[in-house]
Ligand binder design. Structure first.
Ligand SMILES: [Fe+2]
Ligand SMILES: [Fe+2]
Length: 272
């Protein structure tokens, strides 16, 4: 399968946290919520990595890649974001927020929720990594502070690497137990439709609970936050590369893919 080597491209020592210019970002609550929530979701990846490892038991190459490359890199994203958050907002009780998130979210991480077959789960993983690489691409562009822009750039590159790894494994399983294009498209669509799912809501909710005396964080609060993020998305989200990455597992003829990309990019912009 030739999965990528296990060395990391960067570490926390490469991020100049001492040069963070707090004045450029500290007053913006949306950045605080977004980065703190992302650090929660990323650090919890060791839990997802274990679930995926169980699901692919017996496939030693995939399990080794998940355990030595993918999982540790995702956790490093969380650690790096956590350190950034605490360097800008040192009063935030990160651990309290994270403990709340882990307690809320752990029930959603069962192996039973993974895709119906190993190939389709890998197609779904490609959707997730398309989402994360595009998200950090957006953060890199939108960041008002240079150290954060550089950090988002490092994370984005890792997420693209993850996409490529999952795509290779997907191809390998498709070669052995092929699914129709239609079946793969349905799985991709199912995962795209889940983008609004619980993890983002629960993460933002627990950031809020950890730093404000307000007892309740409602769905309405979350919707208002999400609507503000959509304004950034319209401006900075890399729609075209994201749609191309989403369609790649379908292995469409080049001319059909081009047509679909232009059609879907327009649609995605409209939806946002
Ligand atoms: Fe990540
Ligand atoms: Fe990733």
């Amino acid at each position: 399968m030739h999965l990528s080597p296990f060395q990391r491209r960067w570490s926390l020592d490469d991020i100049p946290y001492d040069q963070v210019d707090r004045t450029m970002i500290a007053d913006d609550r949306d950045w605080f919520y977004l980065l703190a929530a992302s650090s929660f979701v990323e650090i919890l990846s060791d839990l997802y990595a274990r679930n995926l490892g169980d699901y692919y038991a017996g496939d030693d190459e995939t399990c080794t890649w998940l355990a030595r490359k993918w999982g540790p890199e995702e956790v490093q994203h969380g650690e790096a974001l956590k350190r950034y958050v605490l360097s800008v907002w040192p009063d935030f009780d990160w651990q309290r927020g994270f403990d709340g998130f882990r307690a809320d979210y752990a029930p959603y991480c069962e192996t039973a929720r993974l895709g119906p077959t190993r190939a389709l789960e890998m197609a779904a993983r490609c959707v997730v990594e398309t989402g994360t690489s595009s998200f950090y691409g957006m953060l890199r562009q939108a960041s008002p502070e240079p150290v954060l822009a550089a950090l988002a750039g490092h994370i984005r590159e890792d997420e693209i690497g993850h996409y490529k790894g999952f795509y290779r494994i997907y191809r390998d399983y498709q070669g052995r137990e092929p699914h129709s294009r239609w079946r793969v498209a349905r799985e991709i669509w199912r995962r795209v439709a889940e983008v609004d799912s619980e993890d983002a809501y629960l993460a933002v909710k627990n950031v809020s609970l950890a730093c404000e005396s307000r007892a309740a964080f409602t769905r309405g609060d979350f919707r208002a936050f999400r609507n503000r993020i959509r304004v950034w998305m319209r401006r900075y989200y890399p729609f075209q590369p994201a749609v191309k990455m989403l369609l790649t597992p379908l292995d469409l003829p080049a001319s059909v893919q081009r047509l679909m990309v232009s059609f879907m990019v327009g649609g995605a912009r409209l939806i946002v």
